[in-house]
Design a protein around this ligand. Structure first.
Ligand SMILES: Nc1ncnc2c1ncn2[C@@H]1O[C@H](COP(=O)(O)OP(=O)(O)O)[C@@H](O)[C@H]1O
Ligand SMILES: [Mg+2]
Length: 327
């Protein structure tokens, strides 16, 4: 990230927004909470430094990201309010999610009802994107925000593109080992500057076999990542060993014909859920369910779980019945 730009700190005025504080930092952006002084509401400002050596590519990518967002008005997709340029940075004013990234919830196993609700919203958002032939392309728990009432929103459309875009055929080539180190939470390696262009993928951990093999991508590529996310929220771990992961071993594990670990042998997870997650992580894109199929499955699970956890509703109705009234 360019070092020479003036820092953005609380009180900095960016267009009609006043910065309140930092919300997060992605690989390529600085993200702030700010106040829209005209509309009197909080917004999220995502700012991308304009590095002189890649300025044209950064502008092109930023326009692609923001225009994708501008096409949607969906409860599972972050809304965009406007764009601008400030002190060597491009910025987008986005709907502020008052909550946390899904990543913060992963270490503890999530109850099925909550996981199904999150899976349902992500899948509904993906089905809206895929219907327009758009791939999110960087689905991972860092890019799913959960607001205070537990509702999910997809953020970070920095790698979103149309299925036909040939860029994906040459993505993921450079710096992959370093990107993996970063994804595994090892310190950002020396000399590794992720640039906000389309040359490098987001996170190797969630890359589907077709991404590793540089084959054509489709909506199924996002479903693979959703399968991994579902596995992770339900079990607290990824479906492969990451302790000694290097790009070669991860690629071999993901691209071989041997399925990833399954949730089917776990007593605490219903078998049909384990099988469905396995389908999402099928090595062949054509064998994975569509986003709409994930929506239907998750809807059924949300309903079934609500029903299962409502026996007290019957108890209550018994308590309310005349025979239980105090004499
Ligand atoms: N609309 C938002 N509301 C609240 N926090 C957000 C929002 N968008 C992003 N963030 C936070 O900022 C982080 C980085 O944003 P992201 O769009 O993923 O940037 P990058 O493209 O650099 O990864 C996210 O992981 C999240 O923690
Ligand atoms: Mg991100």
């Amino acid at each position: 990230m360019a070092q020479s730009l003036p820092p953005i700190t609380p009180g900095t005025i960016v267009g009609r927004y006043v910065v309140i504080g930092e919300l997060g930092r992605g690989g390529m952006s600085e993200v702030f909470l700010a106040r829209d002084t005209w509309l009197d509401r909080n917004v999220c400002l995502k700012m991308i430094p304009l590095e002189p050596i890649a300025e044209a590519a950064i502008r092109e990518r930023f326009m692609a990201e923001t225009r994708v967002l501008a096409r949607f008005n969906h409860p599972g997709i972050i809304s965009i309010y406007g764009v601008g340029e400030h002190a060597g940075r491009l910025y987008a004013a986005l709907e502020f999610v008052d909550g946390h990234p899904l990543r913060d919830q992963i270490s503890t196993k999530m109850p099925l009802a909550a996981a199904a609700r999150i899976g349902l919203t992500i899948a509904a958002a993906l089905s809206a994107l895929h219907a327009q032939q758009i791939l999110h392309g960087d689905l991972k728990p860092e890019n799913v925000m959960i607001n205070r009432n537990g509702t999910a929103r997809l953020v970070d459309f920095g790698l979103a593109d149309t299925f036909e875009d040939p860029i994906y055929a040459r993505s993921y080539s450079s710096n992959i080992e370093l990107a993996l180190k970063e994804a595994l939470g090892l310190a950002r390696p020396e000399g590794y500057e992720r640039r906000y262009t389309r040359e490098l993928s987001g996170t190797p951990l969630y890359m589907a076999p077709e991404q590793w093999k540089q084959e054509p991508l489709s909506g199924a590529t996002d479903i693979w990542a959703l399968g991994l996310i579902l596995y992770e929220v339900l079990s607290g771990t990824l479906p492969f060993d990451v302790s000694n992961a290097c790009a070669t071993s991860l690629c071999a594990r993901v691209c071989s014909n041997i399925p990833l670990s399954t949730l089917c042998d776990r007593d605490d997870i219903p078998r049909d859920v384990g099988q469905f997650v396995d389908r999402c992580m099928n090595k062949k894109p054509k064998n994975r369910p569509t986003a709409l199929e994930v929506v239907s499955f998750m809807e059924r699970k949300v309903r079934a779980e609500a029903h299962r956890h409502k026996p007290h509703a019957n108890e209550l109705s018994v308590l309310r019945s005349p025979s239980y009234r105090a004499a």
